[in-house]
Design a protein around this ligand. Structure first.
Ligand SMILES: *Cc1c(COP(=O)(O)O)cnc(C)c1O
Length: 396
């Protein structure tokens, strides 16, 4: 047998972490890596954060799981916090980002269909989006590499150009139920939508009674310096999917909606065995208690600005490698003039610096939100050494 026990769907690298300490990961063989990937925007509080550990330990020792057939004081508490701090009136908890987007898609369809309008089922989504790996969420993306081998896709998605309002308008028709968009594309290359685009989608949704659905699985939960990125666009969605950072490393996601948007999500329409279990609620509560306040959010903005201005200075030293810096808060991307993937591997293997490659030849810089000056200094030491010693594969 040549297949590996772990189904070989990931191109796993040689880094094999067994322990985490704040902004570092320690490998099986003792090598220390600076972690500016954060499990892809997940470990907001870094690794081995005491408050998060003790919340999980206490809850694990008290009650881990019960059915959603019972009342949930733990779920009510976290949902109320999200309701208080966002546009939303109601929350469905999931175990992952894809499930949160899946619930958002169902909520948007049900908004129309619950009232008997079965003609409206299409969501307009945007080129190079990433919404997850379930059948519905791959169908929501135009990225063919994720479709290959999995046809037929789920019907009901049309792909417009990202950040292009006219392109979205052209696809609107009698079947349109709403728009599904990442305000800042993550996998697509840390590409923030413009204000005009986001405001334009809001206006189109308002004028045509459509749902504006945001996928903030990557850009949400304080990553960009506000609790959710939509706040920076001066708009509110009808439905929002959140996950990744919200559990700080514990699997947790949520679909947030206004009362109006959730009118189709009535008893018996949706469910999840694990979704909202007390252990996940304890993790989510500990994370939000730490990050959902002005002091923490402004510290993210400060750190983001410092990191960004230093990155902008830095890329000036290597004009042949880097084109520009983009993103918001601590969700930053370095768009490269050469392929970003081999450079990312070079930083990882030769300089023990972990980042994440993304589309559009972008290197994602996603440190834990608790990153300090010492780690930012260490990041620039490693990045500088990495850039100085780098020979792009094409050039050699
Ligand atoms: C990661 C991601 C998802 C999928 O989340 P999973 O937890 O992997 O299912 C969906 N949308 C966006 C924007 C993401 O970055």
């Amino acid at each position: 047998m040549s297949i590996t026990p772990l189904m070989p769907v990931y191109p796993r690298c040689g880094v094999r972490p067994v322990r985490g300490e704040h902004c570092h990961l320690i490998d099986e063989d003792g090598t220390r890596y600076l972690d500016f990937a954060s499990g892809i925007a997940v470990n907001l509080l870094g690794h081995s954060h005491e408050g998060l550990i003790s919340a999980i330990q206490q809850q694990a020792a008290t009650l881990m799981h019960v059915s959603n057939l019972y009342g949930s004081p733990q779920g009510e508490k976290l949902a109320q916090t999200l309701v208080d701090k966002t546009f939303a009136d109601t929350v469905f908890f999931t175990n992952s980002g894809a499930e949160a987007v899946e619930c958002a898609i169902k909520t948007a369809r049900a908004y129309h269909q619950h009232q008997g309008d079965t003609t409206r089922f299409e969501l307009i989504t945007f080129a190079n989006a990433f919404h997850g790996r379930t059948m519905a969420t791959i169908s929501a993306s135009n990225q063919e590499k994720m479709h290959h081998g999995f046809s037929p896709l789920l019907a009901g998605f049309k792909y417009a150009e990202f950040d292009n309002l006219e392109s979205a308008k052209e696809l609107m028709g009698p079947h349109t139920a709403g728009f599904l968009v990442e305000p800042i594309q993550g996998e697509g290359g840390i590409r923030p939508a413009s204000d005009e685009f986001m405001k334009g989608l809001r206006q189109l949704a308002d004028e045509n009674d459509l749902m504006l659905v945001l996928d903030e699985v990557q850009c949400g939960v304080a990553r960009t310096g506000t609790l959710y990125a939509y706040e920076q666009y001066g708009i509110e969605p009808d439905i929002l999917a959140t996950a990744k950072g919200i559990g700080g490393g514990f699997p947790l996601g949520a679909c947030l909606a206004t009362e109006k948007a959730a009118r189709g999500m009535v008893i018996g329409t949706h469910g999840s065995t694990y979704g909202g279990n007390p252990l996940a609620m304890a993790a989510g509560t500990a994370v939000l208690e730490t990050v959902a306040n002005d002091e923490f959010l402004s510290s993210v903005r400060d750190r983001g600005e410092r990191l960004r201005s230093r990155l902008e200075q830095f890329i000036g030293n290597y004009p042949e490698l880097f084109e520009l810096v983009r993103g918001r808060g601590l969700m930053l991307g370095l768009k490269m003039k050469v392929e970003s993937r081999p450079f990312y591997a070079h930083l990882r293997d030769n300089h023990q610096l972990l980042t994440v490659a993304a589309g559009d030849n972008t290197l994602r810089v996603l440190p834990p939100l608790v990153v300090g000056d010492a780690e930012i200094d260490e990041f620039f030491e490693k990045l500088s050494a990495g850039a100085a010693s780098y020979a792009p594969p094409d050039a050699t």
